[in-house]
Design a protein around this ligand. Structure first.
Ligand code: NAG
Ligand code: NAG
Ligand code: NAG
Ligand code: NAG
Length: 494
C-alpha cells in the first residue's frame, strides 16, 4: 500500500503530531488574562476607574478607586516612576507629579509637568526666551535655569547643533559641504535643490500638468500635490489639489486634505478613498485593524468587529488570543482553570478621537495624553489639552467602561473625578471628528467642513468619489481573493 517506508514514517509522524495536538488542547484549559478585579501582581490591570494599588502595610494589592489612588501618590514621596504607577505621572525630585501634561499657560509645579519645549516659570508653563548665539556656538539648546533656547543669529543656520555661516551655491556647484574650521556650510540658492551634492535647477509645474511623485527637480507648486486623480488613469500623476475626505486616493493618504493631514498618521487611504484612521463601523469591510472604529478587523470575513463583543469571541491567553486591539478576560480574573475567556474591545476609535481632537487643537506630539485601561488612565483637569478634548476623553472612558463591564472586568460604577462617563453608548458617535476640523455625519453620510462654502474641487480633474470608489472596491475584493488563494496554496505546500 505504501510506496516506501519513508511515506509510512511521514504518516506515523503526522499521527503523533495529531495526538499531541489533541492531548495538548484537552489540557489547555487555563485561561490567563492581564485583567483582574483582585490583582496579586503589579503587571495586572484593574477595571477602568480603578488602579492597581499596593497596600503599604501588608504588601497586598487591590483595585483602588482612581481618586483614592491619586490622593495616595500625587505630591507624595517616591523613589521611582513605578511608585507613581500611572503613565501620566512620574517620580520627579522624589515626588509623584504629572508628566508633560501641561501646555503653554497651564499651571505647573516643575518643568517636568510641562510639555517638551516649555519651562515652568512662576508656576506656569511658558516658552523659553530665544537667545541668539554666535558662529560655532551650540544651537537648539534649552537652559531651564537661564530660561533660554539658543538660536543662531540672522543669515546663519543651525547645522548638527552648531551655528554656521551659509554659502549659497548656484547651478552645478557643490552643496551640503561643511567646513569645520571656518564654520561654513554650502546650500543651494533660490529655485535650486541639492541632488547628490550638486545644485540642480528646480522646475515648478502648473496645476493639471503631468508630474513624477519621485522627482525632486520637477515639482508641483505649494498647495498642490502630485497624485493620481482618477482610478482609471493608471499611473497618470498630475499636479492637483489635495483630495477631500471620501475622494479618490491612490495607495496612501499623502494626497488627502493637505500635506500636514496626509502625513499626520491620522489619515489613511481606505478602499481608494481618503479616510481617517479607525473610521469604519462593523457593517463595513476592512483590510487592516486601523480601518475599524473598534480597532479590530475580522480576518475571516474582512469586516470590522463591533466595539464590544464580549460574548462571541473566545480566548485563553495561551495561544488562543484576541484579534486586533481586543483584550482577553477570564471572567475578570487573571488566571482561571475553568476554560476559555471572552474578548472585549479597547475602544480604539474613541481613543483615536482624543488623538485627533488634540491634534486639531495644535497638540501634535501628544501620544502620552491618550486614555486607556489601567496605568494609561489619565485625568488632568489642569491641562488645557485635556480640557479642550474633555468630551472625547469622556466618550473613550465610557466606552472602556461598557466593553470591560460586558467582559466582567467590573467592580461597580467607576469614578474618574471631574468626568461624566455615565451617559454614553458603545457605538461610533453620530458626528465623527476628522483631522483638520471637518466632521462626518453618520446619518447623512456627508462630510461637513468647519466654515465657508464647500471647498471647490475642479470637476475636470476629479470625477465623483462614489463611482471611483466602486471601481476600486472591486479591485480590493479581487486582490483580497488573490491573497487568500496564495495563503491557501502556501498552507498546502507546507
Ligand atoms: C494579605 O493577603 C494575604 C493572602 O491573601 C491574607 O492572608 C492577608 O490577610 C492579607 N492582609 C491584609 C492586611 O489584607
Ligand atoms: C550644468 O551641467 C550640465 C551637465 O553637465 C550642463 O548641461 C549645463 O549646461 C550646466 N549648467 C550651467 C548653468 O552651467
Ligand atoms: C466564566 O464563568 C462562567 C459562568 O460561571 C463559566 O461557565 C466559565 O467557565 C467561566 N470562564 C472562566 C475562564 O473562568
Ligand atoms: C446629520 O444629518 C441628518 C440627516 O441629514 C440631519 O438631520 C442632522 O441634523 C445632521 N446632524 C448634525 C449634527 O448636523
Amino acid at each position: 500500500m505504501f510506496k516506501s517506508s519513508f511515506n509510512l514514517l511521514l504518516l506515523v509522524n503526522a499521527l503523533i503530531l495529531l495526538v499531541v495536538t489533541i492531548v495538548h488542547n484537552v489540557h489547555a484549559q487555563t485561561c490567563t488574562s492581564n485583567y483582574d478585579i483582585a490583582p496579586t501582581l503589579e503587571s495586572t490591570t484593574c477595571p477602568i476607574g480603578f488602579v492597581n494599588m499596593m497596600q503599604l502595610d501588608s504588601g497586598n494589592r487591590t483595585c483602588a478607586p482612581y481618586a483614592t489612588f491619586l490622593n495616595s501618590v500625587l505630591g507624595k514621596s517616591c523613589t521611582s516612576d513605578a511608585n507613581c504607577y500611572l503613565a501620566s505621572l512620574g517620580c520627579f525630585n522624589s515626588i509623584c507629579d504629572y508628566r508633560k501634561t501641561r501646555y503653554q499657560g497651564d499651571s505647573c509645579n516643575s518643568i517636568n509637568n510641562c510639555a517638551d519645549g516649555l519651562n515652568c516659570l512662576g508656576g506656569y508653563c511658558l516658552k523659553f526666551d530665544n537667545l541668539k548665539v554666535g558662529l560655532g556656538e551650540m544651537c537648539g539648546v534649552y537652559s531651564a535655569t537661564e530660561n533660554t533656547y539658543s538660536i543662531c543669529a540672522d543669515n546663519r543656520m543651525c547645522h548638527s547643533g552648531m551655528c554656521v555661516n551659509c554659502l549659497m551655491r548656484s547651478v552645478n556647484e557643490t552643496c551640503n559641504t561643511h567646513d569645520m574650521q571656518t564654520h561654513t556650510h554650502t546650500l543651494c540658492g533660490e529655485g535650486l535643490t541639492c541632488l547628490n551634492g550638486i545644485c540642480n535647477q528646480v522646475t515648478t509645474l502648473k496645476e493639471g500638468e503631468v508630474c513624477d511623485p519621485m522627482s525632486v527637480t520637477s515639482i508641483c507648486p505649494s498647495g498642490l500635490v502630485c497624485r493620481i486623480v482618477k482610478a482609471a488613469m493608471i499611473d497618470q500623476y498630475v499636479c492637483s489639489k489635495y483630495a477631500k475626505w471620501g475622494e479618490f486616493c491612490e495607495g496612501d493618504a499623502l494626497g488627502c486634505e493637505s500635506s500636514k493631514i496626509g502625513s499626520s498618521g491620522l489619515a489613511t487611504c481606505y478602499n481608494g478613498e481618503c479616510s481617517r484612521v479607525n473610521f469604519n463601523t462593523h457593517e463595513k469591510m476592512c483590510s487592516s485593524d486601523s480601518h475599524c472604529y473598534s480597532g479590530t478587523c475580522g480576518s475571516k470575513n474582512g469586516m470590522c468587529f463591533k466595539l464590544g463583543l464580549a460574548n462571541t469571541l473566545t480566548c485563553n491567553g495561551n495561544g488562543l488570543n484576541c484579534p486586533g486591539s481586543f483584550q482577553c478576560s477570564c471572567n475578570g480574573t487573571s488566571s482561571s482553570g475553568n476554560g476559555n475567556g471572552v474578548c472585549f474591545g479597547t475602544c480604539t476609535g474613541f481613543v483615536q478621537d482624543v488623538s485627533i481632537c488634540l491634534w486639531n487643537n495644535g497638540y501634535s506630539n501628544a501620544a502620552h495624553m491618550l486614555p486607556g485601561n489601567g496605568k494609561y488612565q489619565i485625568v488632568d483637569l489642569k491641562s488645557s489639552a485635556f480640557l479642550k478634548c474633555k468630551t472625547q476623553y469622556e466618550a473613550a472612558y465610557s466606552c472602556l467602561k461598557l466593553t470591560s463591564k460586558s467582559a466582567q472586568v467590573f467592580l461597580g460604577e467607576p469614578s474618574l473625578p471631574g468626568l461624566d462617563i455615565s451617559s454614553m453608548v458603545m457605538s461610533r458617535p453620530p458626528m465623527v471628528i476628522m483631522p483638520g476640523g471637518a466632521k462626518f455625519n453618520s446619518t447623512s453620510l456627508e462630510y461637513e467642513y468647519p466654515s465657508g462654502p464647500t471647498p471647490v474641487v475642479s470637476s475636470s480633474s476629479i470625477s465623483p468619489a462614489k463611482s471611483k470608489a466602486s471601481n476600486n472596491s472591486n479591485m480590493v475584493v479581487l486582490s483580497q481573493l488573490v491573497v487568500v488563494l496564495v495563503v491557501l496554496v502556501l498552507n498546502l505546500l507546507v
